[in-house]
Design a protein around this ligand. Sequence first.
Ligand SMILES: N[C@@H]1[C@@H](O)[C@H](O)[C@@H](COP(=O)(O)O)O[C@@H]1O
Length: 242
Amino acid sequence: MNIYTLDSEEAFVQTAAGLITALVTSRPRAKLGLATGSTPVGLYAKLVDMHRQGLVSFAGVTTYNLDEYVGLPEQHSESYRTFMNEKLFKHVDISLDQTHVPNGNAADLEQECLRYDRMLEENGPVDLQLLGIGHNGHIGFNEPGNHLIGGTHVVPLKEETRVANARFFDSLDEVPTHAITMGAATIMKSRQILLLIRGADKAEIARQALTGPITTDCPASLLQCHPNVVVLLDEGAGRYFR
Ligand SMILES: N[C@@H]1[C@@H](O)[C@H](O)[C@@H](COP(=O)(O)O)O[C@@H]1O
């Protein structure tokens, strides 16, 4: 793992954006795995900015998002489809049919998981998978537990995850109880992984995930087995890595 602690928000965002734009420039038909949550918001804003300046084009890029809530209407302000459209897709030269987010409203969710996996199998592996991390070590919505699942699947969200994400909703009751997520094996098949970790409240889980035992109790620890991972930590999250 290549672990870097950046000492400013600008350096953090600029480094992440630099890695993505370098890939997309050298490989215009790149396949990007994308993530939601508050962590990549600054990165997406930087990519939009660089696109506006003519520094990067996404015209040939295909994207695959990690996850989506189950049962939240696609147009809901907090659906991950809306998040991606608003934070990135609407503002760059990518056509929406090149962007993929699991359909959390599919009539048959099991079929939807199979469809998503088949699509990733046929088109993948992704060149670069962007990841954040939950306070409990989840990646995508692969929650801690006594096992991990390889492929795309429906997952009941841990109470702590629903509480953490309640800040985006009017109340905890509105936070969906389930999500569809890419599985651990799919994530591990990515050619490169870019893991972003921000905030002092993530310092401890960063230490566990990056230097602790590889265990399903901390799904992100599995990334220690991947041959090509770049981890960017901001000052707060990087307390143990300076
Ligand atoms: N499913 C997403 C993850 O992909 C994200 O990495 C994580 C952390 O979110 P944040 O960046 O807001 O802390 O939780 C969410 O629930």
